[in-house]
Design a protein around this ligand. Structure first.
Ligand code: SF4
Length: 370
């Protein structure tokens, strides 16, 4: 496939691996932030191709995985209202809340619908003025601009039956939290290419300076990731720490300025709880007061709740790169994509789902032999 196959060329991949092996002289722990990158690493076995000195750990960049349990519970309560049509991306439906999920609300007769963009949610609201249409707006800086635009458009049209349950999060504050942790092992980051397509990569320079940690913006194809790893190893071996851009075909230094403007217009930065990780200061986006009439949290009196993860689920450690999914005692047993105990097993970008999809047979084979 044009523009895809070029980035999956096995000969070039082996060349990059050989170059990494030539340069590396000591162990390095690298983290890819984005769950999409984790899936590429698992799918193509990139971690197994690399020299043993390079350890890849998986970061918190799966939007479904970090949406707090309390927000899922709130979504479930709103979706259960008889006059509400609740509209969401598909993978949110199976994410377990503390007692239920959106699929069960749908199965019980709730009007829960799957869409592929917020524009579809607006269309539903226009077509059904008698219903209260609530869009579940989650994700990182990648999805935030389109969701902001939908809210902006609803206000412009006076579409008063539309609102958004917003749970947006920002990548740099999460990286800062990881780097400040006394348990941090990460020595270099592959920054998320899609987020940086929107935001650029200048905001990562502050982290580079503060923590003397190299950050390379990486794409999502195998060659993108191997090249980003090569760039990180080059910096680490030379004792350098810079913000660099491997994904130059999509990412510029300043990013997509019109997208940043609409985010600025509609959202303000707030403290946000991340599922498994806890409260991260200034790591979220919420609707500004001018958009209160479109903010489902204010429109619906769903209140505050405090919910706990199932005790077996170690997703907090997985999302911080401190454990691998296979370290979880219930991985592939009591927790599978069909019966997920935690969000990382549900999402198409979750690390547990990636290991289950691409490594399960090898892991189970090893367990049988052991
Ligand atoms: S395998 Fe399941 S229970 Fe274990 S960390 Fe992953 S999502 Fe949580």
């Amino acid at each position: 496939m044009k523009y895809i196959d070029e980035y999956r060329d096995a000969r070039i991949a082996h060349g990059l691996v050989a170059e990494i092996a030539r340069r590396v002289t000591r162990p390095w722990v690298l983290m890819e932030i984005c769950g999409g990158q984790t899936h590429t690493i698992m799918r193509y076995g990139l971690d197994e191709l690399l020299p043993p000195e390079i350890e890849l750990v998986h970061g918190p960049g799966c939007p479904v995985c970090v949406t707090p349990l309390e927000t899922i519970d709130r979504a479930i309560r709103i979706a259960a209202h008889p006059d509400v049509t609740f509209v969401s991306y598909g993978d949110m439906l199976r994410v377990p809340g503390s007692e239920s999920d959106l699929f069960r609300v749908k199965a019980a007769g709730g009007d829960v619908r799957v869409v592929y963009s917020p524009v579809e949610a607006l269309k539903i609201a226009r077509a059904m003025p008698e219903r209260r249409v609530v869009f579940f707006g989650i994700g990182f800086e990648t999805t935030a601009p389109a969701n902001a635009k939908a809210v902006w458009q609803a206000k412009r049209e006076g579409l008063r039956n539309f609102s958004m349950l917003a749970s947006h999060v920002l990548v740099p504050p999460a990286m800062r939290l990881l780097l400040r942790s006394p348990h941090n092992r990460v020595q270099g980051f592959i920054a998320p290419g899609h987020v940086c397509t929107v935001m650029g990569y200048r905001e990562y320079e502050e982290l580079v300076r503060e923590f003397h940690v190299p950050i390379v913006v990486g794409g999502f194809e195998p060659l993108d990731l191997l090249e980003a790893i090569r760039m990180l190893v080059e910096q680490l071996e030379a004792g350098r720490a810079d913000a660099e851009n491997q994904y130059a075909r999509s990412v510029s230094y300043v990013g997509n300025v019109p997208a940043q403007r609409i985010m600025e217009e509609v959202y303000e930065v707030c403290d946000r709880k991340w599922r498994g990780v806890g409260l991260i200061p200034q790591s979220g986006l919420r609707l500004r007061a001018e958009y209160a009439a479109f903010d489902a949290e204010r429109v619906f009196d769903v209140g505050d709740s405090c919910a706990e993860e199932p005790p077996e689920c170690i997703s907090a450690l997985v999302l911080q790169g401190l454990k691998k999914p296979v370290d979880c005692p219930v991985f592939g047993g009591r927790c599978t994509p069909e019966n997920p105990l935690g969000a990382p097993m549900v999402s198409a970008e979750g690390a547990c789902a990636a290991y289950y999809q691409y490594r399960r047979h090898a892991i189970q084979g090893e367990a049988r032999r052991g």
